[in-house]
Write a protein that binds this ligand. Structure first.
Ligand code: ADP
Ligand code: 5GP
Length: 217
């Protein structure tokens, strides 16, 4: 595509009730486009089996987390299922200044904070719904990573998260994973072509105008 200035990076936010499939979709999106930068959140919850510090989350103590909030190092933060979660602002700024899109797997509270932050003009928000509540429970259980008590807590909170669905730019019902992923790629591809995402267009059209003036007038 003819373009002289780098494209501005998008902040792509994926939210859903726990278990609806947003981490799976986020992982697929990262494999599809390795230039995407994943925002590794900080959390005070304990690591699950297979989760690595600095890769899936930055695992912090409550004191460490609160210090980072006070020092303005979090773009947003929230209390979810009894633990603190937050998105470190430094890597996000760096990525979007380099023209890279950043992918967030965060809850509705975080999405709302980013949408009212200084970076709000660059936000693309997508909410993922489960096809049914029974399927949501089935997925949470089949993931096999949480104790029954934790699953119960997440199910109790799922309606709270779902009730914020209409504050998002796009909503996907994650029934068939492949079909949902196709729709997600379509959304991201189209949003990247929006006029404000292509600052180089101004110069490109100026070039067309000069050529037009010389050749056609
Ligand atoms: P979330 O990040 O929203 O909590 P996950 O991505 O961890 O959810 O998905 C929860 C479980 O459901 C995982 O075991 C995942 O493999 C499975 N899953 C995700 N999407 C689908 C789908 N469309 N159909 C069936 N299972 C799915
Ligand atoms: P989990 O414990 O399953 O990894 O995440 C629990 C919930 O916290 C999910 O809804 C997830 O999207 C959300 N979450 C993860 N990281 C962040 C974050 O940095 N900020 C906010 N606000 N929510 C987060």
């Amino acid at each position: 595509m003819p373009q002289t200035d780098p494209r501005r990076g998008l902040l792509i936010i994926l939210s859903s009730p726990s278990g609806a499939g947003k981490s799976t979709l986020a992982r697929r999106l990262m494999e599809w486009d390795p230039t995407l930068s994943f925002s590794v959140s900080a959390t005070t919850r304990a690591p699950r089996n297979g989760e690595e510090d600095g890769v899936h989350y930055h695992f912090l103590s409550e004191t460490e987390f609160k210090t980072k909030v006070i020092e303005g190092e979090m773009l947003e933060h929230a209390h979810v299922f009894g633990n603190f979660y937050g998105s470190p602002v430094g890597p996000v700024r760096e990525a979007i200044n380099d023209g890279c899109d950043v992918l967030f797997d965060i809850d509705w509270q975080g999405a709302q904070q980013i949408k009212t932050s200084a970076l709000r003009d660059h936000v693309l928000s997508i909410f993922v719904l489960p096809p049914s509540i029974a399927e949501l429970r089935r997925r949470l259980t089949s993931r096999g990573q949480d104790a029954e008590e934790v699953i119960q807590k997440r199910m109790q909170k799922s309606w709270d998260e779902i009730s914020h669905w209409d504050g998002y730019d796009y909503v996907l019902i994650n029934d068939d994973l492949e079909a949902t992923f196709e729709r997600l790629k379509t959304i991201v591809s189209a949003e990247r072509l929006r006029q404000p995402q292509q600052p180089g267009l101004v110069n490109f059209v100026r070039g067309l105008q000069s050529e037009f003036d010389e050749a056609e007038r």
